[in-house]
Write a protein that binds this ligand. Structure first.
Ligand code: SAM
Ligand code: SF4
Length: 345
């Protein structure tokens, strides 16, 4: 009689996708109020006792990496730098070992405020990379968009990330019509000069209620047209793979050394078919997609004494029901109840 060897558990779904990339929201709070993300007055924040503790989070990260095949973890929020224990969480994650025996790849999506003071400790704890969100280099426009006058702090954070060797530094920019379209070329020039990898993001219907209008959204095609007014672009050679950004190679010229620029066309050219993500919110709810209208509660079983194997099975079961696509633009599309900052972008 042969004894069957059980295949290791993976986060597979019915459409042949396997999630290996985990996005973890560390807090729903933020020190900015970007107009595309949050209302001016902020949001009703999660009560402290609903947010996963460091120990609870550490347990879920261990299950994700050691039992479910996760190889990459991105910490986000809200603003993840508002989590005081971030360095400890990063060190906990870096001590884990993937099935290949290597530590998981760790990155942080941040607005950059206060990054200058913490980036050395974060790098020492095992952080590999940062994505800093920066939508304008003009102080007045930045302050209008983020509803806080913090451009200088963001620029210090970016420079500190570069000095700490968290390379390549990545920059995320959401483009809004008649708000910061004029910033597309200056942001590109700034990033190319410094070797930062810039990603423009199409605005998604995940901000304050009823404020997204597809006809007002600046599309990938429009962003590229603006870039082509100043730079020579050709599609980058590598296939997009599971990456959300489509990449363009910028030819060098007298004012910049060339480099890559990406556009994340979440609305006009969604990449759902290649999605390799799974997400947990700060309050321990599992989401298989940014746009999921349902969540799976991991926190209650975690607090009620479920075993690691039981939690892994809940996670794998939920992921197996992941929808084929987000459905933006389809008749009947309804955005999720939580907005971007509460989900973890
Ligand atoms: N606070 C951090 C930051 O801003 O980088 C992390 C959280 S934020 C929700 C993550 C990313 O989502 C940012 O790059 C932000 O620009 C982007 N984002 C927020 N709302 C968005 C929306 N409605 N459409 C597209 N991107 C959005
Ligand atoms: Fe805060 Fe990031 Fe949302 Fe801006 S995009 S309000 S920095 S969570």
């Amino acid at each position: 009689m042969t004894i069957g060897v059980r295949a290791p558990l993976v986060l597979a779904d019915a459409f042949g996708r396997v999630a290996t990339d985990l996005r973890v929201s560390l807090t729903d709070r933020c020190n900015l109020r970007c107009t595309y993300c949050m209302p001016a007055e902020g949001l009703p924040w999660l009560p402290g006792d609903e947010v996963l503790t460091d120990a609870e989070l550490g347990r879920l990260l261990t299950i994700a990496v050691e039992s479910l095949g996760i190889t990459k973890i991105r910490f986000t929020g809200g603003e993840p730098l508002l989590r005081r224990s971030l360095e400890h969480i990063v060190a906990t994650a870096k001590a884990l070992r993937t099935r290949a025996g290597t530590p998981p790849e760790l990155s942080l999506t941040t607005n950059g405020i206060g990054l200058d003071k913490r980036v050395s400790a974060l790098a020492a704890a095992g952080l590999d990379r940062v994505n800093v969100s920066l939508d304008s280099l003009d102080r007045v426009r930045y302050a209008a968009l983020a509803r806080r006058d913090r451009l200088d702090a963001v620029l210090s954070g970016l420079a500190a990330a570069e000095a700490a060797g968290l390379l390549p530094v990545k920059v995320n920019s959401v483009v809004m019509r008649e708000v910061n379209e004029v910033d597309v070329v200056p942001l590109a020039q700034f990033c190319l000069e410094r070797g930062y990898q810039l990603r423009f993001i199409e605005q998604m219907p995940l901000g304050p209620r009823h404020e997204w209008d597809r006809s007002q959204m600046v599309t990938q095609a429009e962003i590229l047209a603006r870039l082509r007014e100043r730079f020579t672009l050709r599609p980058a050679a590598e296939p997009r793979g599971t990456a959300p950004a489509e990449l363009w190679q910028v030819a060098p010229d007298a004012s910049q050394p060339g480099g890559r620029i990406g556009v994340i066309p979440s609305v006009t050219a969604p990449f759902c078919g290649a999605c390799d993500r799974t997400r947990i919110t700060a309050d321990g709810q599992l989401r298989t997609c940014l746009f999921s209208r349902t969540e799976t509660d991991l926190r209650t079983p975690l607090r009620d004494g479920a075993s690691d194997a039981e939690l892994a099975a809940i996670w794998a079961g939920a992921q197996s029901r992941k929808a084929a696509a987000h459905g933006i633009g389809e008749p009947g599309f309804v955005p999720p109840a939580r907005t971007m900052s509460a989900i973890g972008g």
